[in-house]
Design a protein around this ligand. Structure first.
Ligand SMILES: O=P(O)(O)OC[C@H]1O[C@H](OP(=O)(O)OP(=O)(O)O)[C@H](O)[C@@H]1O
Ligand SMILES: O=C(O)c1cc(=O)[nH]c(=O)[nH]1
Length: 209
């Protein structure tokens, strides 16, 4: 974990973007914690997140940044700004969840999604969102080469494997996370040991192993 990612976990806990409790995930799984990127809802918090992603993305080879709706949209814009401030201006794009039928139409917004595409999203659980984003990029003519998420929940996808490991194996896409479920458990160990144990139990039940 980079220092920026460690700071981001602390900020997410303080801002209520990383919450401990009882939640239900998109996949239908119960979870003792939840990462809501939307609660990093001011300039300072968004900048901190974008800086942490930019640390991984600055040296990577790609032509376009793609952020899937909805959480990927502010993320991709903020990362592009941070990268430009660091001297690398990259094209960026995102999708609409519902296609627009007037004006410019379509469901992609921003730069043409072609060449080597780096995907950014907030969290991966079963990998559904990231796989849909890969399909969108390919359908638009781009080649997904890299995917970066803040949180890898280290859970199994439908095939029982880690979605990020499957993507790396099957699609030859380089995948990275800023932090993992294990890092979250470590971060709350001292202050909330019961929550840390609950996260580890959850990993024991749903983890990719
Ligand atoms: O790996 P998965 O099982 O797909 O779960 C993770 C995805 O779920 C959430 O998005 P959601 O689809 O709820 O959309 P949102 O960005 O509009 O909140 C989250 O932002 C990830 O994109
Ligand atoms: O799996 C999900 O639906 C999910 C998990 C999580 O921690 N955060 C999120 O936005 N979605």
């Amino acid at each position: 974990m980079t220092p920026a990612a460690e700071t981001l976990i602390q900020t997410a806990l303080e801002r209520g973007a990383l919450r401990l409790g009882d939640f239900t995930l998109k996949s239908g799984r119960p979870s003792p914690y939840f990462f809501n990127f939307g609660a990093l809802d001011d300039g300072d918090a968004l900048l901190q997140a974008a800086e942490a992603y930019a640390d991984l993305l600055m040296p990577a080879e790609f032509d376009v940044l793609f952020g899937p709706a909805y959480k990927g949209i502010p993320l991709v814009a903020a990362i592009a700004v941070v990268m430009a401030r660091r001297g690398r201006s990259v094209a960026y794009a995102y999708n609409r969840k519902e296609a627009k039928t007037h004006g410019e139409g379509g469901n992609l917004v921003g730069a043409p999604v072609d060449g080597r595409v780096a995907l950014v999203d907030d969290v991966v659980t079963a990998g559904t969102a990231i796989r849909q984003a890969i399909d969108m990029v390919r359908a638009a003519g781009g080649t997904p080469t890299l995917a970066v998420v803040a949180l890898d929940r280290q859970e199994a996808g439908p095939d029982g494997l880690s979605p990020l490991a499957s993507l790396a194996d099957q699609e030859q896409i380089d995948v990275r996370s800023l932090f993992t479920a294990g890092d979250v458990a470590d971060s709350v160990e001292a202050s909330q040991p019961d929550a840390a144990s609950a996260i580890r139990r959850h990993l024991g039940e749903y983890g990719a192993g």
